[in-house]
Design a protein around this ligand. Structure first.
Ligand code: UD1
Length: 355
């Protein structure tokens, strides 16, 4: 059988690395990778392919940037051409980005079944482009691979068991990745040599935070304040860097260029605490038994909040600082099996190849 995988943004490269490795082990599956080019800087894209040994994309579409509709529309048109050429048996998409919906929609229009990895997640905030992308993608997928029990329940609530699709709880491919690649973690080359451990790891890239000067200013103030107490290390998305410079915000903590996955694993392992608005990093914090202060109002990973290891504080400076301080003096305890057994990739490939 032939699987056509569509990826485009940083977290999708990590997820695809896991599933592609499992596909390679299966003799009767051919995988063709399409990279939309949504993320295009070397350290946002190439470094992941090189480091994680992801098969080279057969098609690199170079369709990043622009408004959401423009980006998605251009990708849709280009992916359709690839599908007409390749005629795959299934199109595999990941997560909730514009590349996800572009891949899924171009497939379903040609009556090619879609398989969605990371199905069923909801933030219940339709102002997030990701929420729109994931709901639409779930609704046009034939196979929905959920990472958690919560995701299954979300789909049940939306009546998916009456639709023509198969739903599986396979666990989280990000957990597979963290286990598999941990040995390869290494400190970021750009990190000062006197910083070894016990720092705060922070990331900010959500449009909701970066495109609102008040919110971004408040987050930077909070990080400045915390940096008086601990080193704060912040690998920064190109867009956030641009906004910080446009607004002339003064960052008194360590800004790094975006780091590779292996460098991120090192930062996670050696950190004391994670502050983020990323979806993926919230879970990765948990994989490494670190508390996470989430600078958003909602999360798709509610089980972390229910287990007391993640707290939603939005962009309010006082809330960020006080929650961070509280976590820094708390003992981490949580269930260990929230995201499966580290075999999600293998289970996905088994289901994909089952007749
Ligand atoms: C996208 C995903 C988001 C995911 C994130 C991971 C959507 C709607 N959002 O958000 O869910 O968490 O990826 O990082 O798809 N840019 C560069 N170089 C790059 C990539 C981006 O300079 O390599 C700049 C461009 O100005 C671009 C902007 O960042 O317009 C935003 O990038 P975009 O891909 O639109 O969204 P992300 O915020 O990265």
């Amino acid at each position: 059988m032939k699987i056509l995988t569509v990826v485009g943004a940083r977290p999708q490269f990590v997820k695809a690395a896991v599933v592609s490795r499992a596909i390679k082990r299966s003799k009767n599956i051919e995988e063709v990778i399409v990279h939309t080019g949504q993320h295009y800087d070397k350290n946002m894209s190439d470094v992941f392919f090189d480091e994680m040994d992801i098969p080279e994309p057969k098609y690199s579409l170079n369709l990043g940037g622009g408004n959401h509709g423009e980006m998605t529309g251009r990708q849709l048109e280009a992916i359709e051409k690839v599908l007409l050429e390749e005629k795959p048996d299934v199109v595999l998409v990941y997560g909730d980005t514009n590349s996800t919906i572009a891949g899924a929609l171009s497939a379903v229009k040609l009556h090619t079944p879609v398989a969605h990895v990371e199905a069923g997640l909801r933030s219940f905030n339709m102002a997030m482009p990701e929420e729109v992308n994931r709901i639409l993608t779930d609704n046009i997928s034939a196979q929905l691979f959920c990472p958690t029990e919560t995701a299954i329940q979300n789909l049940q609530r939306e009546g998916f068991e009456h639709k023509q699709c198969e739903i599986f709880n396979v666990g989280d491919v990000m957990y597979d990745a963290a286990l598999y690649y941990l040995d390869k973690s290494h400190r970021p080359e750009s990190l000062a040599s006197n910083i070894e451990s016990d720092f705060i790891l922070a990331t900010v890239h959500r449009a909701d935070n970066t495109d609102n000067p008040e919110k971004l200013g408040s987050i930077i103030d909070a990080l400045n304040q915390l940096s008086l107490q601990r080193h704060v290390i912040c690998p920064i998305h190109p867009r956030t860097r641009k906004k910080i410079s446009e607004l002339g915000l003064d960052c008194q903590f360590t800004l790094l260029d975006p780091v590779s996955y292996f460098e991120m694993l090192w930062l996670l392992k050696n950190s004391a605490l994670v502050l983020t608005d990323s979806g993926g990093l919230q879970k990765e914090a948990y994989f490494f038994q670190k508390f996470c202060v989430t600078m958003r109002e909602q999360t798709e990973w509610v089980e972390l909040v229910e287990n007391g290891v993640n707290s939603l504080v939005g962009s309010d400076k006082e809330k960020i600082v006080s929650q961070a301080r509280q976590f820094l003096t708390s003992e981490f305890e949580a269930r260990t099996d929230l995201y499966g057994n580290g075999d999600a990739g293998m289970k996905i490939v088994e289901k994909l190849s089952a007749e």
